[in-house]
Design a protein around this ligand. Structure first.
Ligand SMILES: N[C@@H](CCC(=O)N[C@@H](CS)C(=O)NCC(=O)O)C(=O)O
Length: 232
């Protein structure tokens, strides 16, 4: 049995974007059955979770009988694709190398630029500090997205002539950009992203996550109980 951890509840801006959707999406693509384990905040920040599942107290974590737990959404997506032999090119081929390259580029060179903007819009409380930081991070994020669009060069797929984990990861990462209106000046990249997100495997992953979040409330995350369990 494969399980994926997900949050019982997340704020509206995050519903559909919490990174467990990446694990669900690739599992749906390859057709492997799985169950979702919903966790609350004290569980994610418990000593047992830190030491046994995810050293940073985050999710997703993939658990599977007979294998150690696996964290990092990128690692989970790559692991499933490689073991299933789907959506990642054959072992040892240039297609496999390019798929790895684009997944890591997405996580390492694109997502952090977008997260800088998300931090300003969602997490910084001081309005003056937000206003001071916003122009630089928005400019850098837009520049990076424009470079990504140039690299895509009008192709339907980032690697070869079919869907791979490169498309999955980049389209997933661009959700943050879309939500923050950073794709408004890059309509072709936005259209490409929408075409990838329309895949049934993603639609199901996102709908399932949103439905679980909608069934819960902030109280279900038990943030007030966080103090009783603490990180190492
Ligand atoms: N690099 C990690 C990031 C994991 C991450 O930031 N997870 C978020 C949900 S999308 C989380 O667990 N947030 C709760 C927290 O940090 O307390 C990955 O891709 O798996």
């Amino acid at each position: 049995m494969i399980t994926v951890t997900a949050m019982k509840w997340a704020p509206p801006f995050a519903a559909g974007q919490v990174r467990d959707h990446r694990a669900r999406w690739i599992l749906n693509e390859v057709g492997w059955p799985y169950e979702v384990v919903l966790v609350d905040a004290p569980t994610m920040k418990s000593a047992a979770y830190f030491s046994g599942l995810q050293p940073f107290g985050q999710l997703p974590v993939l658990q599977e009988d007979g294998r150690p737990p696996l964290f990092e959404s990128g690692a989970i997506v790559l692991d499933i694709a490689m073991r299933a032999g789907r959506c990642i090119g054959a072992e040892g081929t240039p297609e496999r190398a390019a798929a790895l390259q684009w997944v890591i580029a997405g996580l390492n060179s694109v997502e952090p630029m977008l997260f800088n903007v998300a931090e300003v819009e969602y997490f910084m409380e001081d309005e003056a500090a937000r206003n001071a930081r916003r122009p630089a991070v928005v400019r850098l994020a837009k520049e990076r997205l424009s470079m990504l669009e140039q690299a895509r060069a009008g192709r339907d797929w980032f690697v070869g002539d079919g869907f791979t984990v490169a498309d999955l990861m980049l389209a997933s990462i661009l959700k943050i950009a879309d939500r923050l209106a950073l794709l408004d000046e890059l309509p072709a990249l936005g259209a490409w992203q929408r075409s990838i997100l329309a895949r049934p495997a993603h639609v199901r992953a996102e709908q399932d996550q949103k439905a679980e979040i909608a069934r819960h409330t902030p109280a279900d995350m038990r943030y007030d109980a966080l103090a009783q369990e603490s990180a190492p």
